[in-house]
Write a protein that binds this ligand. Structure first.
Ligand code: ADP
Length: 164
């Protein structure tokens, strides 16, 4: 694995314009980004990990140096196995900061070779989170400016099927 590869982990449930912005900006810094969808079967999600991978691959189909995959278990174990030493995360709010600080410190205790690098959200994406989008779409609102139209369509299909 190339040394200037970064792992961009997350739930991506659903992938938003904010996620894609972080990945695309990251591609200007790193030679390659491995986008890794966390498998957490105990978390109630709208999309399965496989569906999220499919959505991300479609959203990032124009980007050459991106790989989309899933991972389960500890992020540091995945990085160690894949010989990845950098983690890319986005920061929006103070709440993000507190969580990210704890995560990055814990990861460095478990795997001292790892560095977490943060990109500040761009203003127009700062309010976007997967949970807000789930609320908006489930109440019949528009995801315009937050998620791609085909992600919105897939979300509506899912919500209809679930009867939400
Ligand atoms: P997790 O459950 O691991 O927090 P998310 O899918 O919610 O996964 O987020 C993955 C990463 O993307 C996190 O670093 C998060 O801060 C970042 N992120 C999410 N939305 C945005 C946004 N609108 N702008 C910048 N970064 C974002």
């Amino acid at each position: 694995m190339n040394n200037n590869t970064a792992l961009c982990p997350g739930s991506f449930d659903p992938p938003t314009d904010g996620h894609i912005n972080i990945i695309q900006r990251g591609l200007k810094i790193f030679d390659k980004i491995v986008v890794a969808v966390a498998i957490n079967r105990s978390k109630k999600t709208i999309f399965t990990p496989e569906e999220r991978v499919e959505l991300l691959r479609k959203l990032l189909s124009g980007e050459k140096n991106v790989e989309v995959t899933t991972f389960s278990g500890l992020l540091v174990d995945f990085c160690r196995n894949q010989k990845i030493y950098k983690v890319l995360r986005g920061l929006r709010t103070v709440t993000d900061y507190e969580y990210e600080l704890q995560m990055s410190l814990a990861n460095r205790i478990m795997y001292p070779d790892i560095e977490t690098l943060f990109l500040m959200t761009e203003g127009r994406f700062s309010h976007i989170s997967s949970s807000i989008i789930k609320e908006v779409i489930s109440f019949g609102g528009s995801g315009k400016g937050m998620i791609h139209s085909f992600v919105e369509k897939k979300m509506r299909e899912k919500l209809l099927r679930r009867g939400d």
